[in-house]
Design a protein around this ligand. Structure first.
Ligand code: ZN
Length: 130
């Protein structure tokens, strides 16, 4: 990928305000989307005012997640919240819990030390956290 953005013929740098995927708050940045299109019917989109552009947590969520063990609900195919993969075959729904590390090790037996994140399917997440 090159660092230069491809300008949109209609919308120029096409700015958007990135919002945190996890809490929905503004991340305090501006992202220049440039030309966005699906290469088919919609060749040149105007970026919405607010947009989730990736799964990078905002400062607040980062702080929160750093306190313990983060469990994220995810599906293995696109869901109503996310059409974007976070990892191969992992589509987070945005629901997450931060557990105390000791609690996480009690719930998930055999966790490797140093692991601080896990994905759970919807059924398991709901069973554990409601
Ligand atoms: Zn956040």
């Amino acid at each position: 990928m090159s660092n230069s953005i491809k300008l949109s013929p209609k919308y120029g740098v096409n700015p958007t305000i990135p919002v945190c995927f996890w809490c929905g708050k503004e991340r305090g940045e501006i992202a220049l989307m440039g030309h966005i299109g699906d290469g088919r019917k919609h060749e040149d989109f105007e970026a919405p005012k607010y947009m989730v552009i990736d799964f990078e947590p905002c400062e607040e969520c980062k702080k929160n997640m750093a306190l313990g063990f983060t469990v994220m609900e995810a599906t293995n195919s696109p869901n109503s919240i996310s059409k974007m993969e976070m990892q191969k075959g992992v589509y987070p729904t945005g629901r997450f819990m931060v557990l105390k590390t000791e609690a996480a090790h009690r719930i998930f037996k055999g966790l490797a030390p140093g692991v601080s994140k896990a994905f759970l399917d919807v059924a398991t997440f709901t069973q554990l956290f409601g």
